[in-house]
Design a protein around this ligand. Sequence first.
Ligand SMILES: C[S@@+](CC[C@H](N)C(=O)[O-])C[C@H]1O[C@@H](n2cnc3c(N)ncnc32)[C@H](O)[C@@H]1O
Length: 279
Amino acid sequence: MSEGGAKREDTARGWDVSAYSAFERERLQPARDLLFRALDLLAPGAGGAALDLGCGTGVMAPFLRAALPAERWELIGADPSEEMRAAAQARGLYERILECDAWGLARSEGKFGLLYSNAALHWASDHAALFPALMQRLAPGGVLAVQMPAQADAPAQAMLHRIARQLAPDRIPAQQAKRVSPAPFYADLIEKHSDGFAVWETVYHQRLMAGETGVHPVRAYSASTVARPVLQALEDPTLIAAFWAEYEAAMQLAYPLLADGGCWYPFRRLFLIARRPVT
Ligand SMILES: C[S@@+](CC[C@H](N)C(=O)[O-])C[C@H]1O[C@@H](n2cnc3c(N)ncnc32)[C@H](O)[C@@H]1O
């Protein structure tokens, strides 16, 4: 997609496809729940372009393809990360894959019958402007469906920032960026642009299994996503090693290991679906 010359957000760096895929089962459930509710808002017989924004490795492509008949729907992927696009491409299920982030899409001319985004838009800035702009990218009757982690207060995420900042205050900003706002914020943003919408939160009580690497499973989970910017900011291998040692100890306390080396990891997620009016 042409990105309209817009500067891309620096959220595409350093995705490790295999580390991310290690928790595919846990991450798939909310993605499928989101699709189920989105389909509910689409008119019977609807069709057009369906975009999987921040498609990652394309885990949802088989489910999107099964739910959206090829005679009526063109299935398109979009992701700013080269590694993720390559993995998505290998599935061979998207008709096209765009090199594009959320703001690139919001500023484009495209019109979509379904704009689906699972676990990606928390990486995008300025939600107050972004969500109304994404609604404008919907064709009449089109549906926006978004799921984002709402985990900032959970020990797994709060401790990331706290420990990193204690170790290297000059490298880690004082204020942790909290890009996902409370649910009513999104309801207020979307309501006036839609003729049907819902915003809700669900806590998934995930049973993480012990990994092969012997580290705490929550550490392994965080390392594949939310810890990436912190690690990039720490940069120095000695600091990173000290960071992981403290984080590991904190995770042992917050999410005690069970006899098999796994643990329970409650994970709160925010969902939003909205349909653009036909007229
Ligand atoms: C946690 S993965 C989720 C991937 C996929 N949607 C899934 O459910 O498995 C987040 C994805 O969002 C992409 N991403 C990062 N920043 C983004 C942005 N600003 N706009 C859209 N996608 C972004 C990343 O490259 C990554 O592939």
